[in-house]
Design a protein around this ligand. Structure first.
Ligand code: OAD
Length: 232
């Protein structure tokens, strides 16, 4: 990997697995006991707001008992020390990347510690439980919902992400199954624009064949080793 200046990194639930945050699709995954369409779609929210709010309240409460792991910390060091452009795009809604110190960060699927007003679109930092019909501090409408990008909704900051992918020299995907678009297609976009591509994952992802190189193992080992190899 020579001549690398601009890096885009995509992370998924696997990067937080060693912090004891459950992944979505593996054994013990978050969807077991909850069908995805029961908690993660606009229709589910309209049909059973109590269930959807409670589900995300539980995930938010869990954040107080988990800590960033070696992979989060290595990515934060890379962010601090990398002299070129860098964008860390996470599909995760936990706050472990920012708690580790990452700053050049996009939460494309939203954040547990944020509430979204379904009436005015305002986003508000949120720490506690969020009962349905909580009033928006901005417009006063009782319409706050979890700030999570549900299936069928547009992820955040797609223009910024697409721009970064188009300018990337290296795209690295960490701890994601490659099952959910548009994130699953980032490797193809990056390749199209000439970037080198690397996957770091416990198992081959669904899009593994698109990557120039795949390294298999736990993120807590593979990510610090990869960051260490960059010579910063
Ligand atoms: P998944 O649960 O689909 O995939 C997690 C991936 O992490 C799998 O490929 C595992 O092999 C890998 N993995 C597990 N433990 C690991 C470890 N210790 N080190 C490295 N890799 C490990 O999670 P995502 O791909 O993130 O969307 O799921 C994508 C989206 O699906 C989520 O953002 C979520 C869900 O719908 C929303 O909440 C909007």
């Amino acid at each position: 990997m020579t001549g690398i200046r601009n890096i885009v990194i995509l992370t998924g639930a696997g990067v937080s697995a060693e912090s004891s945050v459950a992944t979505f699709r593996g054994p013990g995954g978050l969807w077991e006991g909850h069908r995805v369409e029961d908690v993660c779609t606009p229709r589910a929210l309209a049909r059973d707001p109590e269930l959807v709010h409670r589900f995300y309240d539980e995930r938010r409460a869990k954040l107080t008992s988990v800590e960033p792991n070696a992979a989060h910390r290595a990515l934060a060091r890379l962010d601090r020390e990398w002299p070129g452009e860098l964008l860390l795009v996470t599909q995760n809604v936990d706050d472990l990347h920012e708690r580790a110190g990452s700053r050049r960060l996009v939460h494309m699927h939203g954040e547990l510690k944020s509430a979204l007003c379904a009436a005015c679109g305002n986003r508000t930092a949120w720490e506690d439980s969020l009962p349905p019909e909580t009033e928006c501090p901005d417009c006063g409408t009782p319409a706050l919902r979890p700030d999570i990008v549900f299936f069928g909704e547009m992820p955040y900051q797609m223009e910024r992400i697409e721009r970064a992918l188009a300018e990337a020299d290296l795209f690295v995907s960490i701890g994601t199954s490659g099952a959910v678009y548009p994130a699953a297609g980032f490797v193809q976009t990056a390749r199209y624009h000439g970037a080198e591509t690397l996957e770091l994952n416990l198992d081959p992802s669904e899009g593994s064949a698109w990557f120039g190189e795949s390294r298999l193992g736990p993120a807590g080992e593979l990510v610090p080793a990869w960051v260490g190899s960059l010579g910063i």
